[in-house]
Design a protein around this ligand. Sequence first.
Ligand SMILES: C[S@@+](CC[C@H](N)C(=O)[O-])C[C@H]1O[C@@H](n2cnc3c(N)ncnc32)[C@H](O)[C@@H]1O
Length: 499
Amino acid sequence: MIEKKNTQSKKYVLGQYWTAPDVCADIVNNINFENSIVIEPSFGTGNFLHALKHINNQKIGIELDDEIFSYQYADANTKLLNQDFYDFDIKTNKKLIFIGNPPYRTPAYSLGTHKDFLMRLTKKYNVPGIREEAVFFILHTIDIIRNNGGYGEIHYILPEALLKNNSKFFTRFKQFLKEQCIFVNIRTIKNTAFDAVSQDLVYLFLDVKPVIHQDRSLFFYPDLEPQNDNVQKYVLFNGNKVLLDDYLCLGNDDIIPFQKIFKRTYLGSVPCESLLMSVEGESREHFQSRLISIINDKNIDIESLYDKLQFKGKFHLKIFSGALKSDAMIQKKLQIILSYVKNLQTYLSIQDFWNSDCYKEINVRNGIRYYFRCDKIKKHKNFVYELNPNPCRSFYFTGNPSHSSTDYFGFCNYDINRNVSPGANRTVPVDNVEDNLTDSFKAWWRANTDEPFYNIFEYIMYVAKTDWYKQMKRQNKRFYFAIPAEFIPKEVRNLKKVV
Ligand SMILES: C[S@@+](CC[C@H](N)C(=O)[O-])C[C@H]1O[C@@H](n2cnc3c(N)ncnc32)[C@H](O)[C@@H]1O
């Protein structure tokens, strides 16, 4: 039936990945099947049908690929059809519950087999411009529910990028979903549950109701919607109540905030004030033995600490030696550093301080300094200097610029910056940056340029110098670092290094 030369290409063309049985069971066991017909529109090897075995409702399973199709799960209640989902229809008064893991693939295989049908569907619901199979599956699913009076539920596993992509066409697709359905629940599915799936996946539970738009308060989940509003505001995402538009990246289409660029950034710092930083001119060995003598001293007090913080009468912190000198301030600072010492003594061993790998070299304005850097310390959030909480080759940027902030962007291994307000900078590992970019951002970048993903760092540094950024700073009291959603081509960036 499906003319594909080998299983590998067929697997790709039809998006054949099997949902792990425990994931299927978990989804099935949380559905209320009362008075409904259950439909698995692309059952593959039947893992969802297996999980549905104990449900006595009328069930229908559909699978296109005749090499995979089997009647294994057929029984008195379960009808199995070896056909294309787009050729499937049903007439019923019952509620329809669709459950499964539709194929995902762009361009959709069905554009070769059902193009006219799909074009009519996308026109009917005004969802143009998308060629993704999973989107067509959802459209056909909603259409079937609507044609039967509009009572239905959708429980599909989908690539999260479908819900995050903020391109013009996907934005419209998500608005369509909001018009047609209530987003009941979204949960991350670990893609380790799948063989060779590299996308981030979610389980999406949509409730389709007969009346759309008119009085949505009828359908509200009171615990989720505190206000008697007519628009769904919140959704449960991994058990937490989050703003639906934020989750769907529908908020502000003109900007892309850093959370939608990077999957993970590192915020924070470690206590290193004076204590963990060598003094000017001090060798690494001297610094190490000085530090050991501090940490070894279980009865250390303010006086002895003051002595041990010096090298040749100099301190690392200006407050101890500079013009700022005043007893009260010194006492206060020493108390803080003493509390760090006591704290470090509780969870670091002296072996940690003997380990020469824990002494990192950094360049400062007038020479080289050393500081003690140990992975165990990153869990402690006392801030003094901003050190990279995930030490490795990294890019740092100001995560929360404000109208008055001085912002920093650049590359570092360990120390980010020593003159900023606490917690202002975030870091992102530079190596393999592609793995840390969101799918929606990668889609946006690819749609705009052939440049390597690595150039995002240069791109951010460029944006931070533009008038656009200065205006963002002026008009927003505080905002998450963002780039404009309109891409700035390389030629323009090269022309105007600073706009
Ligand atoms: C991602 S797999 C999921 C299979 C199964 N639902 C599961 O969760 O294990 C997608 C399935 O959709 C089937 N498929 C692809 N296009 C289809 C279509 N137009 N109609 C019905 N099934 C289709 C593929 O053959 C494949 O078995």
